[in-house]
Design a protein around this ligand. Structure first.
Ligand code: ZN
Ligand code: ZN
Length: 269
């Protein structure tokens, strides 16, 4: 274990209460059972040992207009969620886009000073021939893809090809499966290696039961991704899914704000 450690926060900004189990598992136990999803952005702060710590944000969330259009309940916009944790989005220098789906890439406007980090395979996927298929295009909003291309032409999009070290000890990993080139982040923390899986793992149930989420481009690759993610993390509780409502219950809150939890601390339940 490296000596370098970071703080990691999950910040909930949205809720999708009306979701059913068949929408979250390819093989549901109880087809119509309620199975809500939460929407998060994640923040990595550190290294704690450095005199010049930095903040990396994972995913930008969606904005109020997309929430209305897609029928999702928003608690606050992601920029407000970050400010509630003492992070000013306008000053954040590095934002990782796990993938280009609307609920992850819809808030690039909140980060005017940031360089965005994405995998080449994801950019190729969301601008390539698969987008001629309405079914595959559905989780994307063209405005977000345009924003990414504008960032590319403004030298504000770093297009990575596989594993890369973003900050000392913090690495990006190409996973794929759920989207063309989804990536995850591995972070050293005081409790060990934590992996922010993004939508490579939506819910702990998906990875623990090896029962994939139905929004998927390549099921075999998603299942191999579960193995990769488990191999990168120090244990099952070190894998942090992208949309699991249990996250807020399993980790200690940041102060009195129940919508923000500290993932670098051991689980509480
Ligand atoms: Zn997604
Ligand atoms: Zn998502």
């Amino acid at each position: 274990m490296t000596q370098i450690t970071y703080e990691v926060l999950a910040l909930r900004y949205g809720i999708f209460d009306g979701r059913k189990q068949f929408q979250n598992y390819i093989v549901p136990d109880d087809h119509a059972a309620p199975d809500p999803l939460d929407f998060f952005v994640f923040a990595i702060r550190g290294p704690r040992e450095s005199t010049t710590p930095r903040t990396i944000v994972m995913d930008t969330g969606f904005n109020a207009a997309s929430a209305k259009r897609r029928g999702r309940e928003i608690i606050c916009t992601p920029d407000v969620a970050l400010r509630n944790a003492g992070i000013e989005p306008a000053t954040v220098k590095d934002v990782v886009l796990t993938h280009m789906h609307w609920d992850h890439a819809g808030g690039m406007e909140y980060f005017p000073a940031a360089t965005f980090h994405i995998q080449a395979e994801e950019m190729a996927y969301c601008t390539g021939p698969c987008m001629c298929q309405p079914f595959l295009r559905r989780p994307f909003d063209v405005e977000d893809v345009q924003s990414a291309i504008r960032a590319l032409y403004a030298d504000r999009l770093r297009v990575h090809q596989g594993t890369v070290e973003l900050a000392p000890g913090v690495t990006l990993h190409l996973i794929g499966g759920h989207s063309g080139g989804i990536q995850a982040i591995r972070v050293p923390t005081a409790r060990g290696w934590v992996v922010l899986a993004g939508d490579a793992v939506h819910l702990w149930g998906n990875i623990r039961k090896r029962n994939p989420f139905p929004v998927v481009v390549d099921v075999a690759r998603m299942l191999r991704g579960f193995d990769t993610i488990e191999g990168l993390a120090d244990g099952p509780d070190h894998v942090i899914p992208g949309h699991d409502p249990l996250i807020l219950h399993r980790f200690p809150p940041l102060g009195t704000n129940r919508e923000i939890v500290q993932l670098h601390l051991p689980p509480v339940g």
